[in-house]
Design a protein around this ligand. Sequence first.
Ligand SMILES: Nc1ncnc2c1ncn2[C@@H]1O[C@H](COP(=O)(O)OP(=O)(O)OP(=O)(O)O)[C@@H](O)[C@H]1O
Length: 256
Amino acid sequence: MTPRISFQNVSRRFELGGGGEFLALDRFSLEVGEGEFITVVGPSGCGKSTAMNIAAGLLRPTAGRVLVDGAAVEGPGPERGVIFQQYALFPWLTVRENVEFGLRVAGMPGKRRREIADRFIGLVGLTDFAEALPKTLSGGMKQRCAIARAYAVDPKILLMDEPFGALDALTRVTLQDQLLRTWSQERRTVMFITHDVDEAVYLGGRVIVMAARPGRLYKVIPVDLPYPRTEEMRLSTAFAALRNEVWRSVYHPEAA
Ligand SMILES: Nc1ncnc2c1ncn2[C@@H]1O[C@H](COP(=O)(O)OP(=O)(O)OP(=O)(O)O)[C@@H](O)[C@H]1O
């Protein structure tokens, strides 16, 4: 079967001032299956965002390529939704208008647009805030709105770069469960970058560990915990063992 996303020997160099070059990503290869949820961890600067931005079509590789359903990525596309740490909502639009935005741009009629928006607003638990403006929402609520907006346009792939990075621990855990619920209903392919080892294990079917200098794939750790994931699982010995393995791979790769 054709993988949904295929990174094929993807490298990216950046020019440094003074004529030098920096290898941010070195021959990164990875296949992500349809409906798979992978998490990506690694030390700061190991090329996580670089890899994701190349898959999003926001950045060009200097060597190699990324294929989506077998076709080379040449730029951004509606089949790939991107969510960043900073909730990029339109401040002058309500929650519902934000979620409807992509559908409006695509020319979808109002009634259908509203049905879809309301469904995703419900899935992320914002029904009571559909008429609210972003400035009246908490950080977690803004990020839930951003997730609903990304899902509404029906992308096959969600690329999420530390979407919960700016949130407090409790909100983060709540949003992790909500994201998994949405994912289990919609089964999009998700690539999720995080600095949080617990988050990587809790969400991912596989944890992709990257290493720095140069940025590269270090290890792929399968997470042998069934979905749906539960709060009890976080306390299990199996979870602890996985967390330790990921932690060692990220912070003490020589001992992993
Ligand atoms: N536009 C750029 N010009 C020069 N260097 C860059 C550029 N973008 C990224 N880099 C460098 O490439 C390396 C990888 O950056 P990237 O943002 O992909 O890392 P990351 O793993 O996502 O880091 P973090 O976890 O800190 O967000 C870093 O050392 C960064 O300084």
